[in-house]
Design a protein around this ligand. Structure first.
Ligand SMILES: Nc1ncnc2c1ncn2[C@@H]1O[C@H](COP(=O)(O)OP(=O)(O)OP(=O)(O)O)[C@@H](O)[C@H]1O
Ligand SMILES: [Mg+2]
Length: 282
């Protein structure tokens, strides 16, 4: 683990008292949430609960009406997404945003170069070497490791166009990890994936957190996935945080059960097992 990833008292990412109003609508009301080092934190809630809004506030796309966002204790409430990225925040998208003609490996290499050798991209372009001229040993080693860790070795020289969605999402994760983030925000990572792909993604995320010490915040509809994967889960309902705790605590929380009224909460998995999205609550 590098110094950058050393344990710190301060959460890597934190929302404190975040309120977001859209005209008369209160989409978030004084929400607190912390993502500690090396943890997987989940954010769930029924439709319209405010999950995407909080994601926007944390990633810097939305400026909250009140409250603060901090990274390692530093206030980033007013910092744009690029600045947060430089401080170690990475994200994946609900609909993978990839360059169709670049190969899997080129995506990862480009992300690594943007983070570690940004100037070389410019000189290569000026010197006519193209977007991805010579790779040095450091880049090659980093990219090799990520491609292997995310089980992308077989497809690494294929263009991303035409890859299955599950594979595209792994490419996005590899690309985010190539920037050596402290925290990765994942927006609905299971959306559009089948059961097998969801299980593969969950296993990969566990491995990545254990091996790299990165922290994850998942914003997810798939409650069983979140309960099976996360150390801590926060539950939003109508912009209010109604519960936070371990998966076991969340599973047994009366307020959570009430928020998901009409759904069969007894279908929730017990003891960290992963259940197919068919059994999901949201
Ligand atoms: N830009 C906006 N302008 C006005 N209202 C908004 C805006 N964005 C979100 N809202 C409202 O804020 C509330 C929370 O929306 P949000 O998208 O954060 O919920 P969500 O939990 O992500 O829901 P879903 O599970 O459907 O994705 C909703 O009532 C939504 O209509
Ligand atoms: Mg949403």
């Amino acid at each position: 683990m590098t110094g950058k990833h050393a344990q710190s008292e301060e959460p890597r990412l934190e929302a404190r008292g975040v309120t977001m109003r859209f005209g008369g609508l209160v989409a978030l009301s004084e929400v607190d949430l912390a993502v500690p080092a090396g943890q997987i934190v989940g954010l769930v809630g029924p439709n319209g609960a405010g999950k995407s809004t909080l994601f926007g506030v944390l990633s810097g796309l939305l400026r909250p009406s009140a409250g603060r966002v901090r990274m390692l204790g530093a206030d980033v409430t007013a910092a744009p997404p690029q600045l947060r990225a430089r401080r170690g925040l990475a994200r994946t998208f609900q609909h993978p945003e990839l360059f169709a003609s670049l190969t899997v490996r080129e995506h990862v290499a480009l992300a690594h170069r943007m983070r570690h050798h940004r100037r070389r991209i410019l000189t290569d372009l000026f010197d006519g070497r193209g977007l991805l001229g010579r790779a040095d040993r450091d880049e090659t080693e980093h990219v090799d490791a990520l491609v292997e860790e995310l089980s992308l070795t077989e497809v690494q020289h294929q263009p991303v166009l035409g890859l299955p969605l599950g594979t595209s999402r792994l490419v996005e994760v590899a690309r985010a990890l190539a920037t050596d983030p402290l925290v990765m925000l994942m927006d609905e990572p299971s959306s559009g994936l089948d059961v097998t792909e969801t299980e593969a993604l969950a296993a990969t995320m566990r491995k990545v957190v254990a091996e790299r010490g990165v922290s994850l915040l998942l914003v997810e509809h798939d409650v069983p996935l979140v309960l099976g994967l996360c150390d801590t889960v926060h539950v939003l309902d109508f912009g209010q945080k109604i519960a936070a705790g371990t998966p076991e605590e969340i599973r047994n929380d009366p307020a959570v059960r009430a928020a998901y009224l009409g759904e069969d909460v007894d279908d929730l998995p017990s003891g960290g097992e992963l259940v197919a999205p068919g059994g999901e609550l949201a």
